[in-house]
Design a binder for this molecule. Structure first.
Ligand code: ARG
Length: 459
């Protein structure tokens, strides 16, 4: 027996090719629990509005729970006429309760139903994404904490720039993820507005108490215009944008780690369980995990382009085009989840090569601090910069370190040089000078760790 929601004015079934294109069950079955939750609340709202008596409402609610059990036990069998998850749940309810089940959709449309379900689903998706982000940030906090004091070259343009602490570099990535968490928290609040009760487009004429429904389903308020509510997918766009940004940040983390794990750098070692070999070259140890994380950000961002292209230029209210929203939304969520899980593992298990990190420092990276030395002696910075530039050139011509240029010659370049310039040759000491908020001094890093731990507690 086929169950269709809209057969009355038709004399024939849709063509099979259309049925196949129209069918969204392979994707939207994932909304089954949200659909049942929203339906239970809607049954109660119908009772409160006098369209069902208490016993009828009770029976609907109990049978919706039986359907949930069937889904969990994988006992639900799909039929060719099942267009989507809403159709399946209603068909099963009617099979269980007969005419009573046919009353549930009173005043409701799949247009307000599907947005409500998707918002309920998104709430969980945001929570789980925040959970994963919190684990990733914690793993970075942990590695940073246990490697406080480890120095390394800091880069701009991938060129050697200034000495920094390893933890400062790692936390720079954690801070990008911190912004992502704050963005997701904002989104969670902004999309927590209930569309149910908007009907197909015009609203609800049957006395449904939308404010009560919102409270019942844990929403902070209700949408303010029914036509906007059924035609709005901005919350999906926002979510996929958040996912794209997280994945973009992780692609940059991955790229740093890929470079740092080459033999040429050898700053970190990826654990065996997150590396792969080559089918041809026996010696190879490839950072596939990180390349997948880097590559997946392209896939996730393609979902952002997809949902934008789908929404663009559609007329007001609901259009079937929107059915593809779930494909983009679920793919962005799933791929991000996989990639976050791998990133957590990589960071937790990577080995930090302290010796190689510190051996990579060289005295040319002290040039900036030498300029600051002259500044402290009263030389204007622009002149100091120029003097040190000459010292660097001189050292380069002789093939020696700047620290090996004799004091007499330094003083010929600038009279302000004194014997105490020798004290500006210690990388550890130099790093500690950067103690303004956000810098690479230990005191600043400890403050960064505190901020991140506070965030994690809040997630
Ligand atoms: N499966 C549809 C979707 O995901 C549900 C809404 C259908 N509404 C309609 N008027 N055809 O968008």
């Amino acid at each position: 027996s086929s169950y269709q929601l809209w057969g009355g004015r038709f004399t024939e079934q849709p063509h099979q090719v259309l049925q196949e294109l129209n069918n969204s069950l392979s994707l939207d079955w994932r909304l089954y629990a949200d659909d049942l939750d929203a339906s239970k609340a809607y049954a109660e709202a119908l009772m409160r509005a006098g369209h069902l008596n208490a016993a009828e409402c009770d029976k609907l609610v109990k049978n919706l729970e039986l359907i949930r059990y069937d889904w969990i036990e994988q006992l639900v069998k799909f039929q060719a006429s099942d267009e989507d998850v809403h159709t399946v749940n209603e068909r099963l309810l009617v099979e269980l309760t007969g005419e009573l089940g046919q009353r549930l959709h009173t005043g409701r449309s799949r247009n307000d139903q599907v947005v409500t379900d998707l918002k309920l689903w998104l709430r969980k998706a945001i929570r789980e994404t925040l959970g994963r982000l919190s684990l990733l940030i914690s793993s970075m906090v942990e590695q940073s904490q246990s490697h406080l004091g480890v120095l390394m070259p800091g880069y701009t343009h991938l060129q050697r720039a200034q000495p920094i602490q390893f933890s400062h570099w790692l936390l720079s990535h954690a801070f990008a993820l911190r912004e992502d968490c704050l963005r997701l928290l904002e989104l969670r609040d902004r999309c927590n507005v209930l569309p149910l009760g908007s009907g197909a487009l015009a609203g609800n004429p049957l006395g449904i108490d939308r404010l009560w429904l919102a409270e019942r389903l844990g929403f902070a308020g209700v949408t303010g215009n029914s036509m906007h509510a059924v035609g709005d997918r901005d919350f999906v766009v926002d979510f996929i944008y958040c996912c794209s940004l997280v994945s973009m940040h992780m692609s940059r983390l991955a790229e740093d780690l890929i470079v740092y794990s080459t033999k040429e750098f050898d700053f970190i070692k990826i654990a065996d369980i997150f590396a792969s070999g080559s089918s041809l070259m026996p010696q190879k140890r490839n950072p596939d995990s990180l390349e997948l994380i880097r590559g997946i950000s392209g896939l996730i961002t393609s979902n952002l382009a997809g949902i934008m292209m789908t929404m663009k230029g559609t007329p007001s209210t609901y259009n079937k085009d929107f059915q593809f929203d779930k494909q983009y939304c679920f793919q962005a969520y799933d791929k991000l989840a996989q990639s976050l899980d791998v990133a957590i593992g990589v960071i937790e298990t990577m080995q930090v090569q302290r010796h190689q990190l510190e051996a990579a420092l060289s005295s040319d990276m002290l040039a900036t601090d030498w300029a600051y030395y002259l500044v402290r002696k009263g030389v204007p910075f622009r002149q100091a910069h120029h003097h040190i530039g000459r010292v660097v050139t001189l050292a380069e011509q002789r093939g020696v370190d700047i620290t090996e240029v004799p004091l007499g010659e330094l003083q010929q370049i600038c009279a302000a040089f004194g014997a105490d310039i020798a004290s500006v040759a210690d990388y550890g000491y130099n790093v500690q000078q950067y103690d303004a908020i956000g810098g690479t001094a230990t005191a600043s890093i400890v403050e960064q760790l505190r901020l991140l731990k506070n965030l994690v507690k809040q997630l």
